[in-house]
Write a protein that binds this ligand. Structure first.
Ligand SMILES: [Zn+2]
Length: 304
């Protein structure tokens, strides 16, 4: 995965500067969409994202600010003559939501799609799919209705060949692939050239954990330990902890504690309450507990 594109960083009430939740992960010229609040397709248009390059959609939960953009977006896919497959993942009910919208509007989708629903409680990472380059895992979050987080993780990359060493030891072309995978080379005279003389360690695999609406239960999320990027909602300032508890949300301060505990590389916060016009103080709150925090903004691009 190469970058994150923030399409919506707000929560329930859209504002003039913040759309409801939606994020895009770019991976090898394809895109994964996470949540699809109202206005998502306009943001995609604005940012000139080719619609047919979106191959997977991951929905966290069925609250409107995470799904109201979905029927419109999928309908546009169809109008644009999409032919390639689309996979939509989400909690049970997402299928009925989509199909009801199309049934009542007497429209239908002219491209192949699959809707994969979940209803189990996942207290650990659960593999739900993969591409050539990445794996997708789901886990349960603690919210008012069934809510899931997603972990998108690059598969381990092959080791990097040292061109000069390959020449020096006369390694035939046919062996290069197995050497990239970590094999030693045995020369025709029986001499063994250890892999470490021929390759360098691969670039570390990037992992992106998306935790939308939830009341933090840290002991539940320990399996995210060491993830490179953690996105976590920070709907409220810590002063409003009572409201956060009542609505099953988290504060920026708490998101910072979690990031620290999980020892991630970077924390991203978002899903800000519509009551805030500026979010600097939410950022500072999170930073009290975890320095490397970014308060995401709509249309922001974060290169991994
Ligand atoms: Zn919600």
């Amino acid at each position: 995965v190469e970058k994150l594109i923030v399409l919506g960083s707000g929560s329930a009430l859209p504002t003039t500067t913040r759309n409801p939740s939606a994020q895009l992960i770019k991976s090898n010229s394809y895109y994964y969409l996470i949540d699809c609040g109202e206005g998502t397709q306009l943001r995609l248009r604005d940012l000139k994202i080719p619609f047919n390059r979106i191959t997977h959609i991951f929905i966290s939960h069925l609250h409107g600010d995470h799904i109201y953009g979905l029927p419109g977006l999928i309908s546009t896919f169809s109008l644009l003559g999409r032919t390639n497959d689309l996979k939509i993942f989400g909690p049970k009910g997402i299928k009925e939501f989509i199909q009801t919208a199309f049934k009542l509007s007497e429209s239908y989708l002219a491209f192949p799609y699959q809707i994969i629903e979940f209803e189990d409680q996942y207290n650990d990472l659960h593999l739900i799919g993969e591409t050539k380059h990445d794996t997708f895992q789901i886990f349960s979050l603690n919210h008012r209705i069934k809510c899931y987080g997603y972990l998108i993780k690059e598969k381990a990359k092959p080791r990097k060949l040292i061109k000069e060493a390959l020449e020096e030891y006369n390694i035939p072309l046919a062996y290069r692939n197995v050497i990239k995978q970590g094999a030693d080379f045995q020369a025709s005279n029986g001499e063994i050239i250890p892999n470490k003389l021929l390759t360098l360690p691969p670039k570390s695999a990037i992992s992106y954990a998306y935790c939308s609406d939830n009341r933090i239960k840290e002991e539940q999320l320990l399996f995210l330990k060491g993830s490179k990027y953690l996105y976590h909602e920070a709907t409220f300032e810590h002063e409003l902890l009572d409201i956060a508890k009542k609505t099953m949300h988290s504060t920026a301060y708490e998101a910072g504690i979690l990031a620290n505990k999980l020892n991630v590389n970077t924390l991203l916060i978002g899903h800000y309450s519509g009551r805030y016009t500026k979010v600097d103080f939410l950022l500072n709150e999170a930073k009290q507990n975890f320095k490397n925090t970014i308060a995401v903004k709509d249309k922001q691009v974060i290169e991994f």
